[in-house]
Ligand binder design. Structure first.
Ligand SMILES: [Ca+2]
Length: 272
């Protein structure tokens, strides 16, 4: 999702404030949603010109998509060095969004063009395109379905063969729809989603759509690493299931982090 759409940022900020306020007031009535902090396990370099829109890990490599018209690409990278081993630049007509692997393919969404692309995973050669309604934001898969976000509280389940909508999941936080779900990752039976323009990732129960965990990534990228006008928001979650490694980064961030989550108790620091 484009941070260029600045007109939306105010309402998003208000929405997060609502999320935070709700957490503070709802504890008396219902068990609070667990909050997770993080420990940094490793820090890797990340391209400060990569406006990250999609990220996944597969067989030892990172795959990343970048956005912005004229700067959109899909890349295969070395985790340790961020060296780009393979890159396909996307037509300037499209703003690249989420990517995910499916079999020998790589599937990509675009933001507002209502067009997605299927590439050969090994060569990045385009094989077909498909269409969908609304916007395209994040993309992941659970071994059965592709799961897509579009900025609304609804996640779409796509048939990976036909790329048509097979179902929808309404995501709620303490009973209320939660929008601005951005980059996605399937992690140990849950859907992790960046909440756009925040430093929070929500953990979603894929059966009920309820947020069952909040990951607080405030402070992950130090202020000293932020370049005004360049460094953008947290976006990008990848999971190495075999090694149980969780990676996160952001748009134009100089670093990509492997993090380990730990449960935090309710505490005043969660106040907005
Ligand atoms: Ca991802």
């Amino acid at each position: 999702m484009a941070s260029a759409a600045q007109h939306r940022s105010v309402s998003v900020t208000v929405a997060l404030a609502g999320v935070l306020a709700a957490a503070g007031t709802a504890r008396a009535a219902a068990p609070a949603v667990p909050i997770y902090g993080y420990d940094v396990v490793h820090v890797y370099p990340h391209d400060t010109h990569a406006f990250t829109e999609g990220l996944f890990y597969l067989d030892g490599y990172l795959y990343e998509s970048t956005g912005l018209k004229g700067q959109s690409s899909i890349r295969k990278e070395r985790l340790e060095t961020s060296q780009v081993l393979q890159q396909l630049d996307i037509s300037a007509a499209y703003f690249g969004e989420g990517i995910v692997n499916w079999d020998d393919h790589l599937v990509e969404l675009t933001w507002q063009a209502q067009v997605g692309f299927v590439y050969d995973l090994a060569t990045f050669r385009q094989q077909r395109q498909f269409s969908y309604q609304g916007e395209g934001w994040g993309l992941t898969q659970n071994g059965r379905w592709l799961i897509m976000s579009d900025g609304t509280p609804e996640l779409r389940y796509l048939d990976p063969q036909t790329l048509t909508v097979a179902g929808e999941l309404l995501v709620t936080y303490e009973g209320r729809p939660l929008r601005n779900l951005n980059e996605l990752e399937w992690v140990k039976g849950e859907i992790y989603a960046n909440v756009w323009e925040t430093d929070w990732i929500v953990r979603i129960d894929p059966d009920s759509g309820a947020v069952v965990g909040l990951i607080d990534l405030r402070g992950l990228l130090p202020d000293a690493d932020r370049v005004p006008g360049q460094t953008d928001v947290l976006n990008g979650i990848a999971y190495d299931a075999r090694g149980d490694r969780l990676f996160v980064t952001g748009k134009n961030w100089p670093k990509l982090f492997q993090i380990r989550l730990h449960r935090r108790g309710p505490e005043p620091a969660f106040a907005p």
